[in-house]
Design a protein around this ligand. Structure first.
Ligand code: AGP
Length: 372
């Protein structure tokens, strides 16, 4: 009913709008007064976490994209090798797992059969399993050694939005916590990132307040048959997520690429007026990647692409090559997906509406996939 949707036309719009609160709620009580993480609820003892020599993340769909981003954060802050794998592929390749492997299973519903089968396989091999889940008491957390709940609240729309942002927050918390417990050379950075995480909810709010041009742009693309998405580093999974949202909601062909791969094939797809969304890394920090992606934008634009550029506010270098510029607040490099994904959700939702699609219940899809 309209009341359940809190005055919004669709649950998806309501859930997009709830993201600042979902992010804040997921952080609540997990950072102590001294600015350290307290994750006692993760009942895997610190002594066990110190012995972990490999992290494997399993998930599907949007949760898998959160897992891909987590890999960058975990390897950077903990120096533990980490791989992220589609849950549906995981057990069939006979993965190498033992007591020192930490498997992280990410699932909004906690009932996704592919993810459940992956974690059962991992536990049979003796690995410890930590679930990141949004649904209290669901099967995946019940069958795991430990759980870190995301506090997004119920997500009704089939397309995941607020659950994704909270999965990212939970992944960052786990990465920072592992770093904190194990003590790495990134100690100071960990402390400052924990502080900056507390600002993120406000920054997501700022993004939401500036979305009208994104909606207008989406409506202007209603007759396109393809949209491409490019990103690098943590922007690459963001590009994949933008493409997935567009496929499931707008039923349009959409594909995400790592921008560095363009020249190895996908650039052949660029022709006059093809919309290409580019997620630009911050010009600070990893500036080499920033400069490389600016060249990519120039290259595709020279070949006719219509460039839709998502960049940090004040990034002047991209401006001359952006047919449409979507500015996002500055965040630490690894946290950028929390703000960069939001315009892509709004974009897909608006395009779906403009195409007359059922936003909350896309065709052929179910909210949780309980078959393998
Ligand atoms: C995302 O918009 C999806 N509808 C889908 O990819 C989803 O993320 C995936 O099926 C995993 O679901 P889960 O998080 O409940 O395990």
């Amino acid at each position: 009913s309209a009341a359940e949707k809190g005055g919004y036309d669709y649950f998806m719009l309501k859930e997009i709008a709830e993201q600042p609160k979902a992010v804040a709620d997921t952080l609540l009580g997990r950072i102590d007064a001294a600015g350290s993480l307290s994750l006692d609820e993760v009942r895997i003892p610190a002594s066990v976490l110190r012995e972990v020599d490999k992290v494997v993340i399993v998930a599907c769909g949007t949760a898998y994209h959160a897992g891909m981003i987590a890999k960058y954060a975990i390897e950077h802050w903990t120096r533990i090798p980490c791989e992220t794998e589609l849950a549906s592929e995981f057990r069939y390749r006979d993965p190498i797992l033992d007591q020192r492997t930490l498997v992280i299973a990410i699932s909004q519903s906690g009932e996704t059969m592919d993810t459940l089968m992956a974690l059962r396989h991992a536990r049979e091999q003796g690995a410890k399993v930590l679930a990141i889940c949004n649904t209290n008491g669901s099967t995946i957390p019940r069958e795991s050694d430990a759980v870190l709940y995301t506090h997004a609240g119920p997500e009704v729309a089939v397309a995941s939005t607020k659950a994704f942002l909270t999965q990212l927050v939970a992944c960052y918390l786990v990465a920072l916590y592992l770093g904190q417990v194990r003590g790495t050379k990134w100690g100071d950075e960990i402390v400052s990132v924990i502080r900056e995480l507390s600002e993120i909810a406000t920054q997501v709010e700022e993004v939401l307040e500036t979305m009208e041009p994104v909606r207008e742009l989406a409506r202007s693309l209603v007759d396109k048959n393809t949209v491409l998405f490019l990103g690098r580093h943590v922007g690459y999974p963001v590009a994949l997520e933008g493409a997935l949202k567009l496929k499931e909601l707008a039923y349009m062909h959409a594909e995400g690429f790592a921008a560095g791969e363009l020249k190895h094939g996908p650039i052949a797809l660029i022709e006059h007026d093809v919309p290409v969304v580019v997620v630009v890394p911050s010009p600070r920090g990893r500036s080499v990647l920033h400069d490389k992606i600016v060249s990519n934008i120039q290259e595709i634009r020279a070949r006719g692409a219509r460039t839709i550029v998502i960049a940090e506010r004040g990034d002047e270098a991209v401006r001359p090559y952006a047919d449409h510029l979507i500015e996002i607040p500055a965040t630490p490099v690894l946290l950028q997906p929390l703000v960069a994904t939001v315009p892509l959700q709004v974009f897909a939702c608006e395009l779906a509406t403009a195409r007359g699609n059922e936003v909350d219940q896309p065709r052929n899809l179910a909210k949780s996939v309980t078959v393998e």
